[in-house]
Design a protein around this ligand. Structure first.
Ligand SMILES: Nc1ncnc2c1ncn2[C@@H]1O[C@H](COP(=O)(O)OP(=O)(O)OP(=O)(O)O)[C@@H](O)[C@H]1O
Ligand SMILES: [Mg+2]
Length: 339
């Protein structure tokens, strides 16, 4: 019999957790197809390496955008390929918990559920990303204690105040890792008359990026194409130059945190005052992000351990609630819907 699964179908990365095995897939949400007939040539890391380097005959696609499915057919093909790698055979997979951004419409939710069932899973349950992230970070989401989770991914920053297993208040914005990369691309273009690719920008962000001045000393070299001559060039940037473009992208996230705090009921805000804010998701690893949010809110801010894995781990935890209306122990079910 096939094992149960947990799936984090993210804008930047797909993560699959298999019961009794753990996380078996953690790869970029990218696939390469043959332009002529749509045949899938590569998925995940292998396809990511081809990004920006393919010929007219091969296309590299990212089927998710801003946490939503942009191309259902390609998302299904990508997930099928990952499931084939994750479990020996992709037929007869019994059930899976899948994370979705909060504030998703019914149509968008249906697109995710259909993609998962199209890829071979019989029964699917969905859970909101901040709830899964909290569970994956080992918070007791069943208590009446309020917790503020900010999950910063590639396509969406999803934040929620959670109490009794559900979101009391939530917000989602498209300012996340990908837009940080785009801000770096824009900065380099305007300052150095130079075009750099998405992968170069992402690497610069991870290796030398910060949102607090004075944290990354020295210079950082980026290679790209001169906008005037069309020739390859290199710019020796000061790592400090990355602070302004990155902060520009983080500012709207901070405004949403302020908004969510304003809307949080008084009983729960007291809990947040005591415990602070928990950051999860890949982009929570950006240098200085915790300090910047602390400076703006005056609250304690903590980055979860292995922040990018919290959501999929939480989906795995939530598997035990499938088939139940509410948990017999505490009357809580963190799953949003079951299909
Ligand atoms: N060390 C790091 N510093 C800064 N950013 C990082 C670091 N490591 C990864 N990231 C960024 O984290 C983002 C991916 O995070 P994650 O894997 O949580 O996203 P996702 O779940 O695929 O997307 P989403 O939840 O938005 O649909 C990317 O933009 C990536 O560049
Ligand atoms: Mg995510």
């Amino acid at each position: 019999m096939q094992p149960d699964l947990a799936i984090d179908l993210g804008t930047s990365n797909v993560r699959i957790w298999v019961k009794n095995k753990g996380i078996v897939i953690d790869e970029p949400s990218v696939l390469t197809i043959r332009a002529e007939d749509g045949e899938v040539l590569a998925v995940g890391r292998e396809a990511y390496e081809m990004m920006g380097k393919t010929s007219a005959r091969k296309r590299v696609l990212c089927p998710l955008n801003g946490g939503h499915i942009a191309d259902m057919e390609m998302a299904e093909a990508m997930l099928k390929a990952f499931l084939k790698k994750a479990v020996s055979s992709s037929v007869g997979m019994p059930k899976a918990v899948v994370s979705i951004p909060s504030k998703m419409t019914e149509v968008e939710k249906t697109a995710i559920v259909n993609t998962v069932s199209g890829a071979g899973v019989r029964r699917t349950a969905v859970i909101e990303e901040p709830v899964a992230a909290a569970m994956g970070a080992n918070l007791d989401i069943g208590s009446a204690h309020g917790a503020l989770i900010v999950n910063m991914g590639g396509g969406v920053t999803d934040m929620a105040v959670i109490s009794l297993g559900r979101t009391a208040v939530s917000r989602a914005v498209r300012y996340a890792g990908n837009l940080m990369d785009e801000e770096i691309i824009r900065y380099v273009k305007n300052t150095y008359n130079m075009l750099i690719g998405k992968r170069t920008a992402e690497r610069a962000k991870i290796e030398a990026g910060s949102v607090i001045e004075g944290t990354v000393p020295g210079s950082y070299a980026v290679k790209g194409k001169c906008l005037i001559t069309g020739r390859p060039i290199q710019a020796d940037m000061d790592a400090e130059e990355l602070v302004a473009p990155l902060k520009k992208c983080v500012q709207p996230i901070m405004s949403k945190i302020e908004e969510i705090l304003l809307e949080t009921p008084p009983e729960l805000i007291g809990d947040i005052q005591t415990d602070g804010i928990l950051l999860t998701g890949g982009a929570a690893q950006l240098r200085g992000i915790d300090r910047l949010i602390h400076q703006a809110t005056d609250l304690k801010v903590r980055v979860a351990e292995e922040p990018s894995l919290c959501v999929v781990k939480g989906c795995g935890e939530a598997l035990r609630y499938m088939g139940m209306s509410t948990s017999p122990k505490n009357g809580i079910n963190p799953l949003l819907a079951q299909y």
